[in-house]
Ligand binder design. Structure first.
Ligand SMILES: NC(=O)c1ccc[n+]([C@@H]2O[C@H](COP(=O)([O-])OP(=O)(O)OC[C@H]3O[C@@H](n4cnc5c(N)ncnc54)[C@H](OP(=O)(O)O)[C@@H]3O)[C@@H](O)[C@H]2O)c1
Length: 305
């Protein structure tokens, strides 16, 4: 298929590469729904919050600091609740959970959107590589400790990336999570995005027999601030992004679609790209690796209490 046609074509959902978050929610009322979005102050998170609030949802928008969350919420029309949630700091994540409990907010969806990409040099949080810790462990603690606040039909959407296909063999280097056997910025990012898919898959297995769902998404390559830690990547995103990549309106579509579409009420354990179901790398479907990652994540979460 010619490239330009691939961009224009729509999948089974009726949406495709160029669909925007507004388009995938056209005609949908989210009034009365509460949806949490992490990383609400930039890129896909900000657009996700804007469109969910536009459709009537009350959006719990989290950012590293309350100031950032407040400033982002003030740019959006509609109902929002700003909260701090620094994902690399379990104390901050747990304070966010405590605020939601104290406010009595029942969540209809949690969108694990925040992320960092390709830190040039290894950085550690509590002895674990920072991208693994922020992108996966932070969200693991947030979601598992918010389960009592998730409605009986609640959805968890984990924002992964097609970059997961470049994760190390086996997906997760369980013996190198502190970088003792070497570090590569993209390798570590890809591994963290692989972990995002495993998390959604295992959570979905644990939701079996309930009406709750968990899915992972790839938003597409989108011109945002994500490449900020990588000088070359940042230049590429800034210079070529507007021409070559999706814009944030299009980039936010898949996560908004998976969090809200009535057509997906019972769809769980899947991976979506361009607002359609697709297959991740084969070993991201392996329940043994997913269970192993879950058990390790639980241990880390417990140790950091
Ligand atoms: N853009 C793409 O091409 C692309 C492709 C595939 C997947 N994704 C995924 O899409 C998601 C959103 O990325 P984006 O493109 O919108 O990038 P972005 O514009 O850089 O936004 C990332 C958000 O995550 C927040 N964040 C980073 N570290 C955090 C931490 N430790 N605690 C709490 N929040 C933190 C950032 O906050 P600060 O601004 O305060 O740092 C920001 O709000 C990420 O998970 C990314 O992996 C993006």
């Amino acid at each position: 298929m010619p490239l330009c046609q691939a961009f224009r074509s729509k999948g089974l959902s009726g949406f495709g590469y160029t669909s925007t978050a507004e388009e995938v929610t056209a005609g949908l009322s989210l009034a009365g729904k509460n949806i949490l979005v992490t990383g609400c102050n930039s890129g896909l998170g900000l657009e996700t919050m804007r469109v969910l609030a536009l459709r009537g949802a009350c959006v719990v928008g989290t950012a590293r600091t309350l100031e950032k969350a407040r400033a982002a919420c003030e740019t959006v029309a509609g109902l929002t609740v700003p909260l701090a949630c620094e994902l690399s700091d379990p104390t901050s994540v747990r304070a966010c959970v405590a605020s939601i409990v104290a406010k009595g907010i029942q969540l209809d969806a949690i969108i694990c959107n925040a992320g960092i990409m390709a830190l040039p040099k290894i950085e550690l949080a509590y002895g674990y590589e920072m991208q693994f810790f922020t992108n996966h462990i932070g969200h693991f603690i947030l979601v598992t400790e918010l389960l009592n606040q998730l409605t009986l039909t609640g959805r968890v959407v984990v924002v992964s990336s097609a970059a997961h296909t470049r994760a190390p063999k086996g997906g997760i280097e369980f013996d190198n999570l502190d970088g003792n056997k070497g570090y590569g910025p993209w390798r570590a990012y890809s591994q963290s995005k692989f972990a995002n898919i495993l998390f959604a898959k295992e959570l979905s297995r644990r939701f079996r027999g309930t009406q709750r769902t968990a899915n992972a998404v790839h938003p597409g390559v989108v011109a945002t601030n994500l490449a900020r830690y990588n000088r070359l990547g940042h230049l590429l995103y800034a210079a070529a992004g507007p021409l070559l990549f999706k814009n944030a309106h299009q980039g936010a579509a898949t996560q908004v679609y998976v969090a809200t579409s009535p057509a997906l009420a019972t769809v769980s354990g899947m991976y979506f790209s361009h607002s359609n179901r697709t297959a991740p790398r084969a070993d991201a479907e392996n329940p043994t690796i997913a269970k192993k990652l879950w058990e390790l994540s639980e241990k880390i979460a417990t140790r950091l209490h």
